[in-house]
Write a protein that binds this ligand. Structure first.
Ligand SMILES: [Zn+2]
Ligand SMILES: [Zn+2]
Length: 377
C-alpha cells in the first residue's frame, strides 16, 4: 500500500466527487464533516448556499486574515485513468479546486489546534467556474459581519515545478466576459437562397469581423483576446439555416479595453443585422473582474517567502485567465498567487494530474506565512 498524507487522501476523496457551480452538495457535506472533526473551541462555522465560512478566533485579535478556496468542478469527462478518478460522469476537478480545498483544510487544521493572535476566516467558495460565487458571497450578511482586513488565495499552476510560487504586484489576471450572440434570419430551401436569410453565412462573416477588433481597435500596448469557441447553426445539409449561435469569451488586460471591445462588438453586430437582414441578440453571460494584487501586501509576501521559506519565488507576468476572486480583491486588500503542481496537461484539461507533493508543501508554507502575519506587532 502506498502511504499518503491525510491531506492527499482528502484531495483524492474530493477528486472523486466533482460538482458544478452551486451544486456542490456532497462537497459541502464532506467539508463540513471534516471541519466538525476538528477541535471546535475556536471555530465558528456558517454555511452560505453550497459554500462555508469558518472563523478561527485568535488569542488577542486586532485584525482578520481571510483565506479563500474555491470548491467547484467542471463539465469535463476525466481521462486520467487514475484509481481515484471522478465518479460523476461528465464532471471533473480539472482546475485543481480539489487541491485548493485540501490545502485550505490542512491550514485550517493547524490553526484550529494552534491559534495565532489574529482571527482567521476560511472561505470555501462555490461556483468559481460559473456563474460566479465570489461576488454574491462578498455581498452576503456573513461576509459583512466577518469581513476580513486582508485576503489571500492561490491557484495551482501546472507549468511550474512543485516548490515554486509565482505572483506579481498589481494586475495578475485579466478582465473576462463570456460572449453569446444569437442571429435570427429566415430559413428556406437550399436551392432558393434569394427567398431566405442564411444565418450560416451571417455567422461566418461575423466571426471573421470580430477578429478585426483585436487587430484594429485595441491599443497594441494594451491587450485583448476574442475567441469564438462554438458555433451552432442549421439542421440539415439542404435547408438554409434560420438561426445561428456564437459562443465565446473576451479577455482584456484593462477595464477600458473591455469596454472598448464590447462597443466594437455591438457595432459589428448591428452591421451584420443590416447587411444580412437578420436580428441579433448579444448576451455577455458571466463577467469576471480583474485580479489586482495589493502592491504593498504582495511585496511583503514575496519578501517573506524568499527569506523565511524554502519556496522558490517567480515574479510572473499577468495572464489572460479569469478568476472571480478579483471581486474580493476589489473590496479587500490582498493577493493571489500561483502554486506549482508540475502537470504535463494544463488547467481545464481532461488529463490534468497535479503532483500531490505540492499539497503538504503549500500547507506548511501558508501556515508559516499566516503565523508570521497574524502574530506581527
Ligand atoms: Zn478553472
Ligand atoms: Zn480554477
Amino acid at each position: 500500500m502506498e502511504t499518503i498524507s491525510p491531506f492527499v487522501a482528502i484531495r483524492r476523496d474530493l477528486h472523486k466527487i466533482p460538482e458544478l457551480g452551486f451544486q456542490e452538495f456532497k462537497t459541502q457535506q464532506y467539508l463540513l464533516n471534516y471541519i466538525q472533526s476538528l477541535p471546535q473551541e475556536r471555530l465558528d462555522v456558517r454555511t452560505w448556499k453550497t459554500g462555508i465560512f469558518v472563523k478561527v478566533s485568535g488569542t488577542a485579535p486586532r485584525k482578520t486574515i481571510g483565506y479563500r478556496a474555491d470548491i467547484d468542478g467542471l463539465p469535463i469527462s476525466e481521462e486520467t485513468g487514475l484509481p481515484y478518478r471522478s465518479e460523476h460522469a461528465g464532471q471533473m476537478h480539472a482546475c485543481g479546486h480539489d487541491v485548493h480545498m485540501s490545502i485550505a483544510l490542512g491550514v485550517l487544521t493547524h490553526f484550529a489546534h494552534n491559534p495565532i493572535r489574529d482571527d482567521l476566516l476560511f472561505i470555501f467558495q462555490p461556483a468559481e467556474e460559473g456563474p460566479g460565487g465570489a461576488k454574491p458571497m462578498l455581498e452576503s450578511d456573513i461576509m459583512r459581519e466577518w469581513k476580513p482586513d486582508m485576503i489571500v488565495a492561490l491557484h495551482i499552476a501546472p507549468e511550474y515545478p512543485v516548490g515554486t510560487i509565482a505572483t506579481k504586484e498589481g494586475l495578475l489576471f485579466a478582465n473576462t466576459s463570456e460572449l453569446f450572440i444569437d442571429l435570427k434570419g429566415k430559413g428556406g430551401h437550399a436551392a432558393f437562397p434569394h427567398l431566405a436569410n442564411d444565418m450560416v453565412v451571417a455567422a461566418c462573416a461575423l466571426v471573421t469581423q470580430l477578429q478585426s477588433i483585436v487587430a484594429r481597435n485595441v491599443d497594441p500596448l494594451d491587450s485583448a483576446v476574442i475567441t469564438i469557441g462554438k458555433i451552432t447553426s442549421g439542421t440539415v445539409q439542404n435547408v438554409i439555416a434560420e438561426h445561428a449561435r456564437l459562443e465565446g469569451t473576451i479577455r482584456t488586460l484593462s477595464i477600458d479595453a473591455m469596454q472598448a471591445v464590447k462597443r466594437r462588438i455591438e457595432a459589428l453586430v448591428r452591421g451584420v443585422e443590416v447587411a444580412y437582414e437578420c436580428e441579433a441578440v448579444i448576451d455577455y453571460g458571466a463577467m469576471y473582474h480583474e485580479v489586482y494584487n495589493n502592491p504593498a501586501l504582495t511585496t511583503e509576501f514575496i519578501q517573506f517567502a524568499e527569506t523565511h521559506t524554502d519556496m522558490n519565488v517567480i515574479r510572473c507576468k499577468e495572464a489572460m485567465t479569469g478568476e472571480d476572486f478579483g471581486y474580493m480583491l476589489a473590496e479587500i486588500p490582498g493577493f493571489m498567487f500561483w502554486l506549482g503542481v508540475d502537470s504535463p496537461f494544463g488547467l481545464h484539461h481532461a488529463k490534468l494530474v497535479p503532483n500531490e507533493a505540492a499539497i503538504d508543501r503549500a500547507i506548511a508554507f501558508l501556515i508559516s506565512y499566516f503565523s508570521w502575519k497574524g502574530n506581527m506587532e
